[in-house]
Design a protein around this ligand. Structure first.
Ligand SMILES: NC(=O)c1ccc[n+]([C@@H]2O[C@H](COP(=O)([O-])OP(=O)(O)OC[C@H]3O[C@@H](n4cnc5c(N)ncnc54)[C@H](OP(=O)(O)O)[C@@H]3O)[C@@H](O)[C@H]2O)c1
Length: 512
């Protein structure tokens, strides 16, 4: 495989959680697999007083903790860490960028990177604009225009707080960098299983003809988490599930599921098709929000003898908070392919199991031949694309039960990634860091797509903000969220796909 050109990765937020838990382990894995360029270096930047040596020592410990055991070869780690450097500066202080500039000049010479720097904003979003501005002020965004040696910037989500701040961030980024230099990372797009949706759809002849309103009745996209908000109360209480999960990750999955086939697998061709999906989402009218969105918040419960605190009892959460930890949405895509097909999207914390999946529900047969004993009809086919865990694809269909009569039973054909044997599935950050080094932005969110996603969720956020008394439903931790979410289907008998049962019996649901 072709390797990227020499480069230096500058990580802003080097002493932080993401750097230690994801970025350095991902870079190490790439190094171990010999996928990095001959000459590449990393410069970590944050305020904590550290030297190159003390930073490397900390990273060595993190690598032991966060990489697979079979990849912790001490000698190799040492060689890798020799390429990592540290600079203590305050990134809100414009004067400090002179230090950054001179350090980069030295590293550029040593690594022969011809000015190819990748700036990674692994720092609080409130710092994004000031860093970008200061990089611009010091000419640190200017490329030398040598083929393949470009300056790039990777921005972590959240890309703004609402439509207005999302637009403002884009504006500030594009005042300093050109759009092709900007890589907005959504690690869901870096997941093998999300990329596999593209391969599944566009490399198999048999599914694409069925992938439309004529054969599909509805689609579900679920991202369920068993954890609560952990130590992120301060962030989460200002954010909520709609901003944290839907605006970014789940909308990207929706884009990949619903897009038209691109004419080539070029970045702009793929991203043009994805953004068209977002532009086809009708804005929800404020009076209609309750008909299309159900929000919930987990309440205290007892799971297998253990007391699970309610959201309002979590650290740094307002005891009267109306922030949603669960959201279910009904979405229509107004275009030729999907006209009239509802897409149901739900995500929540403290649900009974951790699962991210897409369930495609096909229409029933036009005529029912095999009447079942207790049902009016046989179950329609379902295709389940399991994104995590137990990544794979499952097709449900009806088979005859052996014996007298024509009893139909639902069975499945399934593929699990684990069936591929010992081919390791790379972490999302590995894939995305390598793609950025190669200058391939296909799996990154483009500015117009981010704004289009904000454009869709913004009316819902505004409605809740302007009417704080709008209903929010309590659901006991360990259940599948408020029962009112089922009403979104509006068809008797239709319900969500539940990969497992509630963990709590006799749960008490209430309005908060
Ligand atoms: N952690 C995750 O799993 C995760 C997942 C998805 C997205 N993200 C996003 O990634 C970003 C980083 O998250 P994180 O969890 O790593 O945050 P974090 O642990 O709080 O780290 C923040 C980093 O920023 C540095 N910093 C803060 N103010 C600074 C300043 N004025 N000058 C220089 N450095 C400064 C801090 O170092 P000093 O205190 O030493 O200066 C620290 O290294 C956030 O935007 C977050 O939303 C994180």
């Amino acid at each position: 495989m072709e390797k990227p050109k020499n480069c230096i990765i500058v990580i802003f937020g080097a002493s932080g959680d993401l750097t230690h838990r994801k970025l350095i382990p991902a870079l190490y894995e790439l190094y171990r697999k010999d996928l990095l360029p001959e000459r590449f270096g990393v410069l970590g930047v944050s305020r904590t007083r550290l030297t190159d040596t003390s930073f490397r020592k900390q990273l060595a410990a993190s690598l032991k903790e966060y990489t697979a055991n079979d990849s912790t070869d001490t000698k190799q780690i040492k060689k890798f860490l020799k390429r990592i450097y540290y600079l203590a500066i305050d990134t809100s202080n414009a004067g400090d960028y002179q230090k950054l500039k001179s350090r980069l000049k030295k590293l550029d010479k040593e690594y022969q990177t011809h000015g190819a720097f990748i700036y990674y904003l692994s720092i609080a979003p409130s710092m994004y604009e000031v860093i970008v501005e200061n990089l611009g002020l010091h000419g640190l965004q200017e490329s030398q225009w040598r083929e393949g040696y470009d300056k790039r910037i990777i921005v972590e989500k959240p890309f703004g707080y609402d439509l207005e701040s999302g637009r403002s961030l884009n504006k500030k980024l594009l005042k300093v960098f050109r759009e092709p230099q900007v890589y907005r990372i959504d690690h869901y797009l870096g997941k093998e299983t999300v990329q596999n949706i593209l391969v599944f759809r566009f490399s198999n002849g048999i599914f694409e003809p069925l992938w439309n309103r004529n054969y599909i009745s509805h689609v579900e996209i679920t991202a369920a988490e068993t954890v609560g908000i952990e130590k992120r109360g301060k962030y989460y209480d200002q954010s909520g599930a709609l901003r944290d999960m839907v605006q970014s990750h789940l909308m990207q999955i929706l884009g990949v599921i619903a897009m038209e086939p691109p004419s080539t697998f070029e970045s702009s061709a793929v991203r043009n098709e994805i953004v068209k999906v977002f532009h086809s989402l009708p804005a929800i009218h404020p009076n209609e929000v309750a008909n299309f969105a159900v929000r919930g918040q987990y309440t205290k419960s007892k799971i297998q003898g253990e007391i699970i605190p309610g959201y309002r009892d979590e650290e740094h959460v307002d005891p009267f908070s109306r922030t949603e930890t669960y959201i279910a949405l009904k979405v229509f895509i107004e275009n030729w392919r999907w006209g009239g097909v509802p897409f149901y999207i739900r995500t929540g914390k403290r649900l009974p199991t951790r699962v991210t999946e897409v369930v495609i529900h096909f229409k029933s047969t036009p005529h029912i031949l095999f009447k079942q004993k207790d049902q009016h009809h046989t179950e329609p086919n379902q295709l389940i694309l399991r994104i995590q865990p137990d990544e794979g694809i499952l097709l449900n269909f009806g088979m005859k039960l052996p014996g007298a009569g024509f009893q139909v039973k639902k069975v499945s054909m399934d593929f699990h990634y684990s069936d591929l044997g010992d081919i390791p599935v790379p972490q999302a950050y590995e894939r995305l860091l390598l793609d950025c080094m190669m200058g391939d932005s296909t799996l990154f969110a483009r500015g117009d797509a981010v704004e289009a996603c904000w454009g869709f969720v913004d009316p819902i956020l505004r409605e809740w903000q302007e009417n704080p008394d709008d209903t929010i439903f309590g659901y006991p931790a360990g259940t599948w969220g408020p029962r009112q979410a089922n009403l979104l289907f509006g068809v008797p008998g239709l319900d969500w796909h539940y990969p497992c049962k509630n963990l709590v019996e006799d749960a008490l649901f209430c309005e908060l």
